[in-house]
Ligand binder design. Structure first.
Ligand code: NAD
Ligand code: DAU
Length: 344
């Protein structure tokens, strides 16, 4: 089998590559990545010399280059992780999100139609369902929950999902879609909540919590997401959507306080700042379908996963310190420099 993994120099894609190389040593894994600010070749250093692995720097929107690579490698499976993934950046500049997340998906699927494929898998997100109210703990996102997006990011991911289903129905493309909740773990880019708070706390810098910090996310250790996608590829039904989540609801403020506790830092570092525009209140996945059909269950609980994650950031300072000392500084200044403090 030759498996194309797009966006494999990013957070989840790289963890997926490590999982696949260990689980299927006879498969060939080709990573396709544009190396945007979020892609990092040093993440893949440990597998670069693996004979079953190839890295190709490529933009999924570049139709001619993508077609050439399909012709050369003849992939059996394509797993599309490549995306602009940060909600805050999509609020600042939606256009690149529409280009990569929608048009890039279209180019990949056109290539799949042209050269033939056993499976095209779209890595989507629970954000396509919008959000749930805090006062209805009985509600969860199922695969039947209507699409109802809030940010340019989630709208672009939902658009891609609709296109994937259209290619299945119209052209018979063998597709699957997974919609996962918030991931955390090694190689998470430090613009996202958990790694940002770890990096800031270690530097005794303010911990910027948006609004009151009561928003709820359903956190899943990244390796559990990777195992779920593997199962969908090998046992999932074509044309189906699978939700992935571990029933681990946490309020942002509680996550930040826990990080302070684990690192022995004072909660006085926490600063409440101006809220994200259109901020979704609560995401929680009902994972019954993937559990009942494919037998998937998360293996890493949050108490254990957050400890492992913090240890990874302590032991791999060079990885994230290189990132935050570069272009990231301008991003941080733009996003947080003028963000007003709020009283809660
Ligand atoms: P990330 O931002 O860490 O990585 C994205 C990767 O895609 C980077 O390596 C980047 O260089 C690459 N990329 C961006 N544009 C590209 C282009 N035009 N062509 C080729 N490569 C390109 O993202 P992530 O957090 O690893 O998310 C991966 C996927 O999973 C995304 O599709 C995201 O929507 C989805 N997802 C993420 C989460 C989460 O919690 N992080 C949860 C559910 C779903
Ligand atoms: O639910 C899946 C989604 O999870 C993925 O589709 C996205 O790609 C991924 O980025 C993530 O989106 P979120 O917006 O939930 O993640 P983020 O880490 O940006 O924020 C998590 C919560 O923390 C959210 O309520 C906003 C809040 N937050 C975030 C940052 C960066 C803060 O309070 N302060 C911050 O500085």
């Amino acid at each position: 089998m030759t498996v194309f993994v797009t966006g494999g120099a990013g957070f989840i894609g790289s963890n997926f590559i490590f999982h696949m190389l260990a689980a299927y040593p006879d498969d060939r894994i080709v990573c396709l990545d544009k190396l945007t600010y979020a892609g990092n070749l040093s993440t893949l250093e440990s597998v670069m010399q693996n004979p079953g692995f190839r890295f190709v720097k490529i933009d999924i929107c570049d139709r001619a280059a993508i077609y050439r690579l399909f012709e050369e490698e003849k992939p059996d499976i394509v797993v599309n992780f490549a995306a602009e993934s940060h909600v805050d950046r999509s609020i600042e500049n939606p256009e690149i999100f529409l280009q990569t997340n929608i048009l890039g998906t279209q180019v990949l699927m056109d290539a799949c139609r042209r050269y033939g494929i056993q499976r095209y898998h779209q890595v989507s997100t629970d954000e396509v369902y919008g959000d749930l109210p805090l006062d209805r703990p009985d509600l969860f996102f199922t695969e039947e929950t209507p699409i109802h997006t809030s940010s340019p990011y989630s709208a672009s991911k939902a658009s891609a999902d609709l296109l994937v289903m259209a290619y299945h129905r119209t052209y018979g493309l063998p597709v699957t879609i997974s919609r996962c909740s918030n991931n955390y773990g090694p190689y998470h880019f430090p613009e996202k909540l958990i790694p940002l708070m770890i990096a800031n706390a270690l530097a005794d810098k303010p911990l910027p919590v948006y609004g009151e910090g009561l928003n709820v996310r359903d956190w899943l250790y990244v390796a559990d997401h990777c195992r779920a996608i593997d199962l969908i590829l090998h046992k999932g039904r074509v044309g189906e959507v699978y939700n992935i989540g571990g029933h681990n609801e946490m309020r942002n403020i509680d996550i930040v306080k826990l990080i302070c506790k684990e690192l022995g830092k004072p909660e006085s570092l926490i600063v409440h700042v101006e809220d994200r525009k259109g901020h979704d209140m609560r995401y929680v996945i009902d994972p019954a379908k993937i559990h009942n059909e494919l037998g998937w269950l998360p293996e890493t609980g949050f108490a254990d996963g957050i400890k492992k994650t913090i240890r990874w950031y302590l032991e791999n300072r060079a990885w994230w310190e290189t990132i935050i000392s570069g272009e990231y500084r301008n991003y941080y200044e733009k996003m947080y420099g003028n963000r007003a403090e709020v009283q809660v």
